[in-house]
Design a protein around this ligand. Sequence first.
Ligand code: GLC
Length: 483
Amino acid sequence: MNVLMASSEALPFSKTGGLADVVYALSKYIAKNCKGDTMSVVSPFYGSINKDKYKFKLLYSFDVKMNWRKIHTDIMHITYEGIDYYLVKNDNYFARNGGLYGYYDDGERYAYFSLAVIELIKLLPYKIDVVHCHDWQSGMIPCLIKERYHNDTIVGKVKSILTIHNPLFKGYFGVNSLYDFYGLSDNLFYSGKIRLDGQVSTLKAGIWYADKITTVSPTHAYELKTPDGSKGLWYDLILRQNDFVGIINGMDYKEFNPLTDKMIYFNYGKKNFAEGKRKNKEAFCKEFELEQGKPLFSVVSRLSDQKGLELINAMADFVVSNGANFALVGSGEKYAEDYYNALHMKYLHNVRVYIGYNNEMAHKCYAASDFFIMPSAFEPCGLGQMIAQRYGTLPIVRRTGGLKDSVKPYNYGINNFKDADGFGFDNFSVNDALKASAQALMVYNSRPKEFEKMRLNALKADHSWTKPSQEYLKLYQELNERK
Ligand code: GLC
């Protein structure tokens, strides 16, 4: 069976968020463990790709027809870790100075990408059985297959999956885009099939037309069917609920491994984690000029409202004024960056802030910290909490989406430390967030045995891709058998 992932970002070539990690890790896992399956990824060739490091070969050149435009397209190919990457190259659309998204013509850019994917499927020497699409950027592909290419002997037979990583971004565009970009009729909008909030939504198109829909944790799949938790998608997802499942993401066990990680100060595993964590914390506090001998709470995150900034702010101030250190690596909303810089000025030797993304400091932070703060407003899956556990660092999470599915919270009342591997609270409230932080401090200060056991539980938590990739494979097979 041949599966093609269509994604607007994929490691090791491009990344703004967890989507890039998932596409790469899941493909790698399937390519390695499932002999006989061809796993390929199609993604844009962005200007930021390191062309010296990765030697691409020009595989095909063709024109993509977008209504009256004919757009020259090169397909650049590389095989990397068992995955065939096909990158769609048109510098006018993708080699821009700046980030991957957020341009005035994003609708056109990803319409072009989607049409180029269809052309690629026609050209490949092997038949694609399943195309696995991700988020709004490739949401139109299932619609194109069923509305424009259903009679095509190759494309018409391809089955499709849409995975929703972030329901906030709907891919809203004007009605004209349907004909202008895709050569599709306005009727698709007027009939309501791809209309959301009075606009064309490419995410909704994926929900309506994909043969299967997934999201990245079972709890988020449930939330997406409720008016409160769905960001406006509940109605459409309830209509498709028989073909909709939540599969929790795994994480890359090779990149994040305290036993072999070259970026941390001292390697450790389940046998010597107490010593390992202590040494990492000491070295971290020394390097970043934090007072020694205190519990360390940390955040590694994009600073966006989704991540629960108000709660992070309150928790940081609370733990530091109760005798802890706090470290943060991240960037995003200006008001949040200002807040953390000010917090550092207020507690010079107890707060350390790095505005930006610093991979090495992030690794050191995961290894050195006692607690990892992640009180998201919503979190389809989340990766930071899993990485933290992998390093024996206890996450403190708001129990939403994947955070609920991956952390077993400590309960003070029943003292369930034998099973717990983190702390959690349900409501998005400062009061509850501070209560959970207070519990973490209490366990650290007065229940050292419980604390050690919980760390060990975290180190033992299984967040590998083994099980999730098997679930995806089952889905692919199920679709492939549907004729
Ligand atoms: C999005 C979600 C995050 C998830 C990631 C990968 O970034 O916000 O929760 O982990 O996608 O699926």
